[in-house]
Write a protein that binds this ligand. Structure first.
Ligand code: GDP
Length: 173
């Protein structure tokens, strides 16, 4: 089963959605993070916790790099998508990026779970989980084909982060 061995988890989302802030609550203490050289053109961070290997990628405006980061989908077991739930202007851009993720063969063919953090839930005007799910087009997803879950989070203090990861780990087992 999938419960044995290392799991690869891809963390993606637009810039400023809160990925870096959020993963600080997943990383083990004093974890050394590998950061790719800026010459690559986009930021990649990698770290491991228990048997989970996290790869964090900034997606925004990087469509010209898409072919470069496409290969990060290989052997991925789950995707975490971080969205700024206060950024109504870019919600449709986030939707497009999520659609790119969902279109991917690896996602289509393997029943890969997708965890969405509706981040910045502490801020006034943040959208509810339901609103985010609707705006991102998650509500229309076939849960049998792509198990998905949306968790409201406050990455500044780590609220909701563990709950999300717990869902992911349970779903991967
Ligand atoms: P990234 O570009 O996706 O890595 O986003 P960052 O982690 O750098 O966060 C972007 C900005 O949003 C920073 O100023 C963070 O302090 C802030 N931020 C991130 N998460 C939250 C949150 O849950 N609540 C609030 N109020 N601010 C957040």
């Amino acid at each position: 089963g999938r419960s044995r061995g290392n799991m690869r988890i891809l963390v993606v989302g637009l810039d400023n959605s809160g990925k870096s802030t959020l993963i600080e609550h997943i990383k083990p203490n004093k974890a050394s993070t590998f950061e790719a050289t800026p010459t690559v053109g986009f930021q990649v961070q990698e770290f491991a916790k228990n048997n989970l290997n996290f790869t964090v990628i900034d997606m925004s405006g990087q469509s010209r790099y898409r072919t470069l980061w496409e290969h990060y989908f290989c052997n991925v077991h789950a995707v975490i998508f971080v969205v700024d739930s206060t950024d109504r202007v870019r919600m449709c851009v986030a939707k497009e990026e999520l659609e790119e993720v969902l279109k991917h063969d690896e996602v289509q063919n393997s029943g890969m779970p997708i965890l969405v953090y509706a981040n910045k839930g502490d801020l006034p005007g943040s959208m509810s989980r339901q609103e985010c799910a609707d705006e991102l087009g998650l509500s229309g997803l076939n849960d049998e084909q792509t198990p998905w879950h949306i968790e409201k989070s406050n990455a500044l203090v780590g609220l909701g982060v563990e709950e999300g990861v717990n869902w992911l780990v349970q779903t991967l087992q």
